[in-house]
Design a protein around this ligand. Structure first.
Ligand code: CP
Ligand code: NVA
Length: 297
């Protein structure tokens, strides 16, 4: 039984197998294969979502399946029914489940107990579908990511940079994370991942000569009570024209979205790179078809 629970748990071979399926789904839309024909896939979401929800619902439909969206608060899970029991019920009714929630352990517990393919659609720890998409988008524009330099600027400890760390260690590129000390990933995690991951408090040093500048919100879902402090602490970590000037000429700027102009990125830089950023958003659809196809193959 295959799952996509994290990039930490996904091998390089499996990453490449997923990425290798995407072109056929992107260029073949809508006449491509329908590996989910006759299947129903549940989406259990405890957090807000635009891109992940829509891309999975449309993607499952276009692969021949039926998506069943379940807001976690509308099912008994929201009233305290254990994950383990929810998993055992859904496992007898649907063919796969996509989960967006807080605790990584909840997704893993669901996978262990459901007996059906389970996908992490974002937890507090990782956002694997996003970073597989980002790698695909980089490679679509610039060729192999191996040996290239990615600079993540902002909250370096949240789910998105953590998935980047695992992608860097497995796909062989350099990742520089620029964040204040309190917003850097744990040294233990960086050590465990291995590879070329550098953490710094200096955004200019991280951006110098980079092939890709990447940022994400300063206040991730679930961190709203820390918003005021975070905006203060992260104020010097904005992707803007002066930072872009330090990167390699023609470097890409990406944002997983949603974007808060004037915070993690300025409006001018966002608009200058909107074509890349919205292609990145569109590619969620194509890459997740690759993920679903890989899961059932
Ligand atoms: N980037 C991303 O996951 O967007 P949503 O929160 O809208 O799904
Ligand atoms: N780090 C962000 C990603 C949003 C797609 C969050 O968790 O809210």
């Amino acid at each position: 039984m295959k799952h996509l629970l994290s990039l930490e748990q996904l091998s390089r071979e499996d990453m490449e197998s997923i990425l290798g399926r995407v072109d056929a789904f992107k260029s073949g839309r809508p006449q491509h294969s329908r590996p989910l024909q006759g299947q129903t896939w549940a989406l259990i979401f405890s957090k807000a979502s635009t891109r992940t929800r829509v891309s999975f619902e449309v993607g499952i439909h276009e692969l021949g399946g039926r998506p069943l969206f379940l807001n976690a608060n509308d099912i008994q899970l929201g009233r305290g029914e254990p994950i383990k029991d929810t998993a055992r019920v859904l496992g007898r009714m649907v063919h796969g489940t996509i989960i967006r929630t807080y605790a990584q352990t909840d997704v893993e517990e669901f996978a262990r107990n459901s007996g059906i393919p389970t996908v992490n659609a974002l937890t507090d720890v990782e956002h694997p579908c996003q970073i597989l998409t980002d790698v695909f988008t980089f490679q679509e524009r610039c060729g192999s990511i191996q040996g290239r330099v990615v600079a993540f600027i902002g909250d370096g400890a949240c789910n998105v940079p953590v998935s980047w760390i695992w992608a860097a260690s497995k796909l062989g590129f350099e990742l520089r994370i620029a964040a204040p000390a309190a917003y850097q990933p744990s040294p233990e995690l960086v050590r465990r991942a291995g590879g070329r991951v550098v953490c710094t408090e200096d955004p200019q040093a991280a951006a110098a000569g980079a092939d890709l500048l990447y940022t994400d919100v300063w206040v991730s879902m679930g961190m709203e009570s820390e918003a005021a402090q975070r905006l203060k602490d992260l104020a010097g970590y904005q992707v803007n024209a002066s930072l872009v000037r330090l990167a390699r000429p023609g470097a890409l700027v990406m944002h997983c979205l949603p974007a808060y102009r004037g915070k993690e990125i300025d409006a001018e830089t966002f608009e200058a790179h909107a074509d890349t950023i919205f292609t990145q958003a569109e590619n969620r659809l194509h890459v997740q078809k690759g993920i679903l196809d890989w899961l059932v193959s």
